[in-house]
Write a protein that binds this ligand. Structure first.
Ligand SMILES: C[S@@+](CC[C@H](N)C(=O)[O-])C[C@H]1O[C@@H](n2cnc3c(N)ncnc32)[C@H](O)[C@@H]1O
Length: 254
C-alpha cells in the first residue's frame, strides 16, 4: 500500500468554477468571524493550485491563510518557477476571467507567468505526507482542505487511510475539496457519512476538469484510471460520486 506512482501534473486555474465556489458559497456559509479562514492544500505539486486560490481570493474581502504540502521535494523545489498555462483549453466567460486574473496578479514573460508578491506571500509551502500520522495529527481546525487529483492515483484502501488522517483536521462545518471522480475515491468516501456531498455548481465544476476529461475512454468503464467519467445523474448516490466538495458534519452534531 501507499506505493503508487503519482503524477505531479498540475495547472494554473485548473478549475475556476470550483475556486469561485469557495469564495462565493463555502466561506460565507461557514460564517467565521474570529480568525482567518485556514485553507490547506495537500498534494500541491509545484504550487499552481494554491496560487490559483490565492489569486481568486484577491477579488474578495476575506482574511485567509494558505498552507500547501507535498511529499515530493523535487516538485516543491519548482514552486517559484514561472508557470505555463493552456489558455486554449478554456473558453467564454471562464477564459475572460482567467485573462483578468493573469493580467492583475501575474507577470508574463515568454508565455510563462509568475505571481506578483501579494499572491505568492499568502502561501506557506512545506513537506508533508498525508499518510504520515505524526505530521497529520499536529494539524487541527482547518476550514477548507483541498486534496485534488490525488486520490485517483491510489486504491480505495489507501484513500480510506488518507481520509482517516484528514477528517480530524477539519473544523465542524468545514469543507473537504477532493475532485475529481475515481472508482477508489467513490468507494472510500462511501464509508464516511460525516462527509456530506455538496451540490453547489456540481455540473459546472465536474465539467471543468479539462485535463482529466481528455483522457476518458468509454470502452474502459471502471478501468479508466486518469480518465474522468462524465457526470451521470442516473447513478445511485450521484452527488457522492461526482461532487468535489464535502461538508464535514460529524455524526450526532447536525
Ligand atoms: C496529480 S498532482 C495534483 C496537483 C494538484 N493538487 C492539482 O490538482 O493540480 C498529485 C500531487 O500529489 C502529491 N502526492 C502524492 N501522494 C502524496 C502524499 N501521500 N502526500 C502528499 N502529497 C502527495 C504528488 O507528489 C503530486 O505532486
Amino acid at each position: 500500500m501507499n506505493k503508487h506512482i503519482t503524477s505531479p501534473a498540475t495547472l494554473l486555474f485548473r478549475n475556476i468554477p470550483q475556486v469561485v465556489t469557495i469564495f462565493e458559497k463555502l466561506i460565507p456559509e461557514m460564517n467565521v468571524t474570529n480568525s482567518p479562514i485556514k485553507i490547506l492544500v495537500y498534494g500541491c505539486s509545484s504550487g499552481e493550485e494554491p496560487l490559483s486560490v490565492s489569486a481568486v481570493s484577491e477579488l474578495y474581502d476575506f482574511d485567509i491563510t494558505i498552507d500547501a504540502f507535498d511529499n515530493s521535494r523535487s516538485v516543491l523545489d519548482m514552486r517559484d518557477d514561472s508557470k505555463t498555462i493552456h489558455l486554449d483549453w478554456h473558453h467564454g466567460e471562464r477564459l475572460e476571467y482567467i485573462k483578468k486574473l493573469l493580467s492583475e496578479f501575474f507577470v508574463e514573460s515568454d508565455n510563462k507567468y509568475s505571481p506578483i508578491e501579494t499572491i505568492r506571500k499568502k502561501i506557506k509551502f512545506g513537506f508533508g505526507d498525508v499518510f504520515d500520522p505524526e505530521f497529520m495529527q499536529e494539524i487541527k481546525d482547518v476550514h477548507i482542505i483541498m486534496i485534488q487529483n490525488m486520490f485517483v492515483h491510489y486504491i480505495a484502501d489507501d484513500v480510506r487511510l488518507m481520509l482517516k488522517n484528514i477528517i480530524p483536521q477539519l473544523a465542524v462545518g468545514g469543507f473537504l475539496i477532493c475532485g475529481a471522480y475515481s472508482k477508489a475515491r467513490y468507494e472510500a468516501l462511501s464509508d464516511f457519512p460525516e462527509l456530506v456531498p455538496i451540490d453547489y455548481n456540481i455540473e459546472e465544476i465536474h465539467n471543468a476538469w479539462v485535463l482529466r476529461k481528455h483522457y476518458y475512454d468509454p470502452k474502459k468503464g471502471d478501468d479508466n484510471i486518469i480518465g474522468l467519467e462524465p457526470l451521470n445523474k442516473d447513478h445511485k448516490d450521484w452527488k457522492l460520486r461526482y461532487s468535489s466538495i464535502f461538508k464535514h458534519i460529524p455524526r450526532g452534531s447536525a
